[in-house]
Design a protein around this ligand. Structure first.
Ligand SMILES: *Cc1c(COP(=O)(O)O)cnc(C)c1O
Length: 408
């Protein structure tokens, strides 16, 4: 028997089934027309935002990192909740525009921006977070050619990282951002070149659960931003302090203590150095805002036993749930929170492994979990599916195609 991850708080039950937005899992599958499907809960998205706002200082703006989940109805819903959006491709910019979101609230980071992407961003007034001197100079040149003033910030590669983060994106040699010591010179060059200077972006890592590590990193980010702003010789207009707030995926993980982070940040905001006194301060979060509000529902199509192991074979799999299968940046595979959604309140009574329908041994949704007895036709729920599920999985593998998605 292997442990399953913790099921996020806030789900409902109805007639013994898992329920979301007052609808049982089987009603949701009927509503969608087929399985597998992703279900995202508006109520849970709203509760998360409200809790976060209550914990953080009023001055702090909250941005949504679109790559976690760009499903259009979800973007439209988030537009009424967050203060800005962070994107990392021209494709995400197109999604933002299609969702009717004001592009002036958008900043565009990410290495390898193509000329067409830069031009599109300048054209709609989005802020470009330049990742290198070369990209900054291309941005000035493209802006000159189309006769627009570009909004530009610089993404900094800091010489520290977010301790304990699942994905490290700062510290040492990195393809992301410009090494901190070279930032002031480039900032002055951009300002002299006529750009609308929008400040700094310092992102140090993802999926951190330890509030102390986040607090320490935020302190370092503020210190570094102040140092750079002093060298540039101007009050910093804006600072994106990064994010990194994680969610509990695995047995033993606990939620981030946002109250502790908010308290520490409020204290720091009281005595900021002069160069940061007028600065617009924001954090950018992806999975923390949307991850726990999503469930992936997949139907059992076969039940079989091999050498004593019971396999529940589903119509979904790693093509929608790459991370839950253990193949998206994990070293040792551990079980996500997974349950039999159609027998959600039943007591566990057997050990079973839940697998997907792909013809590869990598396609595992739960390894040797303890579940109620499930049969063909029952629904399986994979939790924490609101982020990096549909958008970060190889949907076309084996000709399967995308899952349905609904926001309820
Ligand atoms: C991926 C990413 C995020 C979002 O990360 P989460 O772990 O989902 O919060 C935010 N900012 C940048 C620059 C990123 O690359």
């Amino acid at each position: 028997m292997k442990p399953l991850g913790p099921i996020p708080a806030g789900f409902e039950t109805l007639d013994g089934e898992l329920a979301i937005g007052g609808k049982s899992a089987s009603a949701l599958a009927d509503k969608a027309g087929s399985t597998p499907l992703f279900v995202y809960s508006k109520a849970m998205l709203d509760r998360r935002m409200a809790d976060l706002r209550a914990a953080m200082p009023d001055r702090l703006r909250i941005h949504y990192a679109v790559k976690a989940n760009p499903f259009r109805p979800l973007l439209e819903h988030m537009a009424g909740k967050v203060d800005g959006f962070d994107i990392a491709s021209g494709g995400e910019l197109a999604m933002i525009l299609a969702a009717g979101i004001d592009p002036e609230k958008v900043s565009f980071a990410g290495p390898g921006k193509r000329d067409e992407e830069i031009e599109a961003a300048i054209g709609v007034g989005a802020t470009l977070n330049c990742e290198s001197e070369g990209e900054a100079r291309r941005t000035l040149a493209i802006a000159g050619r189309i006769g627009k003033v570009p909004r530009v910030a610089i993404r900094v590669n800091p010489d520290f990282e977010l301790r304990g983060s699942g994905m490290k994106m700062g510290g040492g040699a990195k393809p992301f951002g410009l090494d901190a010591e070279r930032v002031p010179a480039l900032a002055r060059e951009l300002i002299a070149g006529g750009a609308d200077w929008r400040g700094l972006h310092i992102f140090t890592g993802s999926q951190a659960l330890d509030a102390e590590a986040i607090i320490e990193t935020q302190a370092n980010v503020l210190k570094l931003a102040a140092k750079i702003a002093e060298e540039v010789g101007e009050v910093l207009p804006k600072l994106n302090m990064g994010g990194g707030f994680g969610i509990p995926y695995f047995n033993g993980d606990a939620s981030v203590d946002i109250a502790a982070i908010g308290t520490a940040l409020s204290a720091r905001f009281i005595d900021l150095p002069d160069v940061l006194s007028e600065t617009e301060l924001c954090i950018e979060l992806g999975r923390f805002l949307v991850g726990e509000a999503g469930v992936y529902l997949t139907r059992i199509v076969d039940r079989k036993i091999s050498h004593g192991t019971t396999y529940l074979v589903t119509d979904g799999g790693l093509h929608h749930q790459l991370a839950a299968s253990g193949n998206f940046g994990t070293v040792v595979r551990r079980n996500y929170p997974v349950a039999i959604a159609s027998k959600f309140t039943a007591e566990p009574e057997e050990e079973a492994s839940i697998v997907g329908c792909l013809c590869t041994p990598l396609d595992r949704l739960a390894d040797q979990g303890h579940f109620p007895q499930a049969e063909v036709g029952d629904l399986v729920a994979v939790f924490c599916a609101g982020a990096y599920g549909a958008s970060a999985s190889p949907a076309n593998f084996l000709g399967q195609g995308p899952a349905r998605e609904i926001l309820i």
